[in-house]
Ligand binder design. Structure first.
Ligand code: FRU
Length: 497
């Protein structure tokens, strides 16, 4: 970041210039993490959709590569996935040099293979580790009859018992996930539909089916279906819900899922902030746990956020754990190990600690907590019915700042960006977001990743996450701890980038 580009993240993926949205084709291959993403190579707004490309070895520092696949007037390149076809089942490479195979959505315009406005799934492949891409001659490889205008977002998982790949896609405006199978990534046959549960109040987009070990479950495995919804998310506009259940090779069945109108159960959400969407996992990521990368944006206002010459950034990659909790399973998210290691790297970062107790007041934390990009670990012991927390990116007079607070009486965590910076670019830029966060051993532990224009708050070891973007003034680098209505003790440490 610099005074002329004050919101440029230090620890998150952005394009050097122009628009980005969903991450696509996430894959770890040949020692490199690849992130492709929805990108407009020609402007700082959604349009001319193409796959941009960046690579990383630590999930924090990214190197932008040339645009991988450029959209055209007849075919825009929407979201999709990449599969390392290690046995060359597609025949698009050779046994010695197997291909990376991309399944992406063709969104057709005038002169496209299908009628203007329709969407279908297509294939492209790379024989040089993702640098250059060739479209398959037989595209599209999968379309609906009659052609649909909302059939998109393929993501692929390998189903070992059946020895085939399973593709999840959506018919977005019907709130249906469609599953297909293939043994060569080119010919797909229909398996089943998944629908009728969870939040329904918007488009279903970017689905993913993955199998996970239950944490401490003695080998017990479950299947998880992740579905983005827009609008209708928990924090307004775009959000991400998930369902836990089983997959028998044909059908995914959610267990204990909320049905529309269900008053006893709530939908389960990957994030309780406004800016986490279209996340999907990195295929073949090392480390044994799924690593999820999301777009830090919300269609409610993403197109008018004030950053320039770039717009849109990715969230910090997270690793997912599936935890048994009462009658349900929950996904917990922590910063992916490789990213956490890079953020905590002793060679490049300074660590500062501070313990303090605050009663009905606000205490400045000084410059150790006052940088634009830092990782903060906060353990808070909030007494009685106090509400306590931190203000970050505060102005000198204390009037402006991002406020993260915990209310002990209601056991809720709140991130309030209403006084954190520029917000007049959209009436839909929601002021604050909150979530229920029970205390553990009488304490609340937060890991806060602050960057130039975003905050990600991982509460209680990642059982709840709140991700929000905000646009602070360059000079606002104050920080404070506060408590009102009683006393709170803080154990804080910060690692600056
Ligand atoms: C989700 C989405 C996808 C689509 C892409 C277009 O944010 O709407 O459904 O493929 O973005 O850019």
């Amino acid at each position: 970041p610099s005074e002329s580009d004050p919101w440029r993240p230090a620890a998150h993926l952005t394009a050097s210039q122009n628009w980005i949205n969903d991450p696509n084709g996430l894959v770890y291959e040949n020692g490199t993490y690849h992130a492709f993403y929805q990108h407009n190579p020609h402007g700082n707004f959604w349009g001319d959709m193409s796959w941009g490309h960046s690579t990383s070895t630590d999930l924090v520092h990214w190197t932008q590569q040339p645009v991988a696949m450029e959209g055209s007037a007849s075919e825009e390149i929407f979201s999709g996935a990449i599969v390392p076809d290690t046995k060359n089942a597609s025949g698009l490479g050779t046994a010695e040099n197997p291909p990376l195979v991309a399944l992406y959505t063709s969104s057709y315009g005038e002169g496209g293979a299908l009628p203007k406005g329709s969407q279908a799934q297509s294939v492209a492949y790379s024989l040089d580790h993702g640098t250059s891409w060739t479209k398959y001659k037989g595209n599209p490889v999968l379309s609906l009859q009659p052609a649909s205008n909302n059939f998109r977002d393929p993501k692929i998982t390998w189903y070992e018992p059946g020895k085939y790949w399973v593709m999840t896609t959506v018919v977005a405006d019907a709130q249906v996930v469609k599953l297909f199978k293939s043994t060569d990534l080119l010919h797909w046959s229909f398996l089943s539909d998944f629908s009728g549960v969870g939040a329904q109040g918007g488009l279903w987009e970017v689905p993913e089916l993955l199998q996970m070990d239950v944490d401490g479950g003695n080998g017990l495995k479950k299947w998880v279906m992740i579905v983005s919804i827009n609008p209708g998310g928990i924090a307004g506009g775009s959000g991400m819900q998930y369902f836990v259940g089983d997959f028998d090779g044909t059908r995914f069945t959610a267990e204990n899922a909320a049905k529309p109108g269900d008053r006893l159960r709530e939908s389960q959400w990957l994030d309780h902030g406004a800016d986490f969407y279209a996340a999907n996992t990195i295929t073949a990521a090392p480390g044994g746990k799924p690593v999820l990368l999301g777009w830090m944006g919300n269609w409610d206002y993403a197109q008018s956020v004030p950053s320039t010459p770039w717009r849109g950034s990715m969230a910090i990659p997270r690793q997912l754990t599936l935890v048994a909790a009462g009658s349900r399973f929950e996904l917990h998210s922590t910063i992916a190990q490789a990213a956490a290691d890079a953020l905590m790297n002793a060679k490049t970062s300074e660590v500062h600690g501070k313990d303090l107790t605050v009663t009905d007041s606000t205490e400045a934390l000084g410059s150790d907590f006052g940088s634009r990009s830092q990782l903060i670990d906060a353990e808070m012991d909030v007494a009685g019915s106090a509400e306590a927390g931190m203000v970050l990116r505060a102005s000198a007079d204390g009037k402006a700042g991002l406020r993260i607070s915990y209310n002990r009486a209601s056991q809720t965590l709140k991130v309030d960006r209403s006084a954190a910076g520029t917000s007049n670019f959209s009436p839909k830029f929601s002021p604050y977001h909150q979530a229920s966060v029970p205390m553990k051993d009488g304490k609340v532990r937060l890991r806060i990743l602050l960057d130039s224009s975003s905050v990600e708050v991982f509460a209680q070891d990642g059982s709840v996450v709140i991700s929000d973007i905000f646009f602070p003034q360059w000079g606002n680098t104050g920080a404070a701890a506060f408590s009102s209505g009683g006393t709170a003790s803080f154990k804080l440490s910060s690692t600056r980038q």
